[in-house]
Design a protein around this ligand. Structure first.
Ligand SMILES: *[C@@H]1O[C@H](CO)[C@@H](O)[C@H](O)[C@H]1NC(C)=O
Length: 557
């Protein structure tokens, strides 16, 4: 490896860099087009668990127990957001109130689906999409969103969804599990549905977004401790065939009125979906609201035609392919372990009093927790946004640094000066984070050099090695972006419990967290049961003993 690195530094690296510099002269983005293509669209593993991620409903509360009513309000709220977006009325996010973040990722939020290909998938976006696809009890329905040139109101949508719930028609053979088609999907789609897809498939793919309803009352929701393993798993993979993982996003409405969302990753990163989700939740409860008996508000127009059941003729042979996919998907889903919990001992308020960035604090806490859990350090991935640049997506912050290791070791051995080491480690993390945001990280750069080397047909042992190192800890903060929409003082429970994602490495952890208000941090920890060194509960338990973090001793005297 040392030899490879030497060669890379002296001769290959500068050549690759030269090509990359040239690309930067003509292309709108040096990284993002390749990132989308090679990391997402050419990825050949199943999207479920490996790529898609989820967002949760309000912490603790459910505004109505009526499934159709919740769906009515929430779908209407999502459509209000789409209208704002189409009218270009969504303001760009500003950093420190002055620097705008690039909004390009919003463009493919709606009217979009991923279409499978044998070697690479593609994203298909339509200028026009006036219906949604709804899946309930194994059947697909097409629900029109407009009537007489106007958007259906919440009460009208509720009535349409109630019609679906009341419809006893059984699924066509193969329809119920159709969405489980994964790896042979591209080929099966061509063989059995024609290259453009049959009418019904087209109705699903061309929908504005899709919506799924879990008929069984699973334990959807979190308890007072924020625990909700079944809820997280229901959102991330469900029963493997009841979410359309190719759709830009799928709204999930549970029988008890809880909701959630599953998002495809190639078209945008989580903060984009988070922006839509915050708007949707806030509009649902604070703007639209419900009548006292839990129904949507507004009038009904009886002349609206009912939702249309989609017709399928799925050949026997194709059904066998679906069954094979389903078994593989179920094995993957069954292997996923989740641990979600609300950390309430303290939150952003106290951390700020320690004059520390909350994100740096949490990252160091995770380093400590990981070391306590596994007795070793590992390469750590933290996603930072690079939307200060045109079409920017993310850069990696390598949160496990020499400084963070020194701090963790000091915490394990009480004789050293923890506070000083903590300050150094936190400052280092902040520097790394800032550099990543400013485009001065290393991971996307190395990735691009690797792509150039592939184009040139040269093999670089150095690049191969750095790019294949496993991320034992993959982390991401879900930022709260529109605090003005919520009223945390009077309704502290009315804010999303955040979201999460599956483990990136077979032996590693995925950790997503959201800082809620001043006193609460919600964690979503995932890993694989088959991993020999991981247990989601284990990492969770290591995060929790807050007193041991010595946060209080970090307060200025
Ligand atoms: C999506 O479809 C709607 C309804 O047909 C249309 O008004 C809107 O412009 C489309 N959005 C985009 C971004 O193309």
């Amino acid at each position: 490896a040392a030899l490879g690195r030497d060669f890379f530094e002296r001769s290959l690296g500068p050549v690759l860099q030269c090509y990359l510099t040239r690309k930067s002269w003509w292309a709108p983005t040096t990284v993002s087009d390749w990132w989308e293509e090679y990391v997402y669209l050419r990825g050949r593993g199943p999207l479920m668990v490996n790529s898609n991620y989820y967002a949760m409903d309000f912490l603790y509360v459910t505004p109505t127990p009526l499934q159709a009513a919740r769906a009515g309000n929430v779908v209407h709220a999502v459509l209000l957001y789409r209208r704002l977006l189409n009218r270009e009325q969504i303001k760009p996010l500003m950093i420190q109130g002055t620097l705008p973040m690039c909004s390009a990722q919003y463009e493919r939020m709606f009217n979009t689906t991923r279409v499978p290909g044998v070697e690479a998938d593609s994203l298909q976006h339509r200028r026009d999409s006036r219906h949604i696809a709804v899946f309930h009890a194994g059947r697909f329905f097409r629900v029109g969103l407009y009537h007489g040139g106007r958007l259906l109101g919440p009460r009208e949508l509720q009535a349409q969804f109630q019609r679906i719930l009341d419809d006893p028609v059984p699924p066509a053979p193969g329809e119920e599990t159709l969405a489980a088609l994964t790896e042979p999907w591209a080929r099966a789609r061509q063989t059995y549905f024609g290259s453009a897809g049959t009418g019904s498939l087209r109705a699903v793919e061309q929908a504005a977004f899709s919506s799924r309803w879990t008929p069984r009352s699973r334990a959807a929701g979190t308890d007072r401790a924020g625990r909700g393993i079944d809820y997280a798993k229901a959102l991330l993979h469900g029963q493997c065939h009841d979410r359309w993982f190719d759709k830009s996003f799928t709204l999930i409405v549970f029988r008890n009125g809880k909701i959630g969302l599953n998002a495809e990753h190639s078209w945008a990163d989580a903060p984009i979906v988070g922006h839509l989700w915050e708007y949707t939740l806030a509009t649902d409860i604070f703007q639209l609201g419900y009548s006292v008996d839990g129904h949507c508000k507004g009038e009904l127009d009886p002349s609206i035609p009912p939702p249309q059941k989609l017709q399928w003729e799925i050949p026997e042979e194709c059904r066998r392919v679906i069954q094979g996919s389903l078994w593989a998907a179920q094995a993957l889903a069954d292997d996923i372990d989740f641990h979600t919990f609300a950390f309430k001992d303290f939150g952003k308020g106290l951390i700020k009093k320690c004059r520390t960035s909350p994100d740096s604090f949490i990252q160091l806490a995770l380093q400590l927790a990981h070391f306590r859990d596994k007795g070793k350090f590992c390469l750590t991935y933290e996603a930072a946004m690079t939307r200060l640049f045109r079409e920017g997506r993310t850069e990696t912050v390598r949160s496990c640094s020499i400084e963070s290791c020194n701090f963790v070791r000091a915490m394990m051995d009480s004789t050293q000066s923890r506070l000083a080491l903590f300050r150094v480690a936190a400052a280092k993390h902040q520097t790394l984070y800032r550099r990543a945001m400013m485009g001065a990280g290393i991971d996307r750069h190395l990735f691009c050099l690797y792509v150039v080397s592939k184009y040139l047909g040269v093999d670089s042992p150095f690049l191969r090695e750095v790019l294949s190192e496993p991320w034992g800890l993959s982390t991401s903060q879900t930022p709260v972006q529109q605090l003005e929409l919520f009223d945390l003082k009077n309704h502290p429970d009315y804010i999303s419990a955040g979201g999460g994602f599956g483990p990136v490495d077979d032996n590693g952890y995925g950790v997503s967290y959201i800082i809620i208000g001043e006193d609460l941090i919600m964690f979503h920890v995932s890993c694989k049961f088959s991993g020999t060194e991981t247990l989601a509960q284990g990492l969770g338990r290591a995060v929790r003993p807050a007193r041991e973090w010595d946060c209080l001793s970090l307060l200025p005297a």
